[in-house]
Ligand binder design. Sequence first.
Ligand code: FAD
Length: 261
Amino acid sequence: MGMLRHRLSGAVITPYIVKGCEYHIWDTDEFWECAITHQTNPENHQVMRVLFNEHNEAIGVQYMKNNRTHNLYAVKEVIISAGTIMSPVILMNSGIGNPDHLHEKGVPVRVPLRGVGENLKNHVSYQVKVDLLGSDGRNQLNNRSLSEFLSSGTGPLSSTGLSQVGAMIKYNARGVPSLQVFFAGLQALNSTTGSIHETNDYNRHFGISPTLLKTKSTGRILLRDNNPLSYPAIHCSYLKYQEERSLLIQGIRQEKDNYNI
Ligand SMILES: Cc1cc2nc3c(=O)[nH]c(=O)nc-3n(C[C@H](O)[C@H](O)[C@H](O)COP(=O)(O)OP(=O)(O)OC[C@H]3O[C@@H](n4cnc5c(N)ncnc54)[C@H](O)[C@@H]3O)c2cc1C
């Protein structure tokens, strides 16, 4: 990530890092071309379930591509890293999970394992928006800032604005923070024409998000049916406990006081 080099404005840049490709700003075609050259697998394959041998060892995955199912076998091992939501979904579609739930949805049970999809936690937050009255309405992502970034790596495009600023507040008795504050915004605004004189008629703003760090509330991810391509049912169960609600409200009030809003 670039450092904040342009006072408080900049652009959020998401670097696509592909082994063997140097980091720079990608256009989509260029990214995929590089990904394919380096033999990563960019195409739209959806894993449906894990394949097992007769000893119940994972040996590969079954996936869907262009409406056809394919099997892909592992040389060494199968690692599921499909994210918080989809990792347990793939496990459950493979018959690994709470047997009652799998029975109910018509998925043959391979490994009865309560707990799969049962510990969904999130960092619930609320964004307090701050408008900067009378702020500069010039759009800064323009041809000039693009040239500057490409030639020297500086300027509005080199910065992530306020998004890398954060704070931990409200420590509990054991010295563990229970609230984090994220900041967002003050990135350079896009010029749609590329002109360095383009302006907008709204004030710049930024957001402050008090966020619960360690929540007691626990949600669940469940299958809707036995079709691996169906969306899962996500039960978030946010803010179930009064102490969580009070803490978040306290954080919001504190930030509003800090900025007199
Ligand atoms: C808004 C936001 C901001 C964040 N900011 C930060 C941060 O500043 N710092 C930080 O450290 N972390 C941050 N995180 C958390 C971080 O992004 C995650 O912890 C991390 O990406 C998890 O990596 P992963 O590989 O487990 O899952 P993911 O990054 O979610 O990757 C899972 C991949 O699996 C693919 N997939 C899912 N299902 C299937 C399927 N059936 N078949 C094939 N592919 C599938 C998905 O398309 C996805 O590409 C942030 C998260 C969010 C949402």
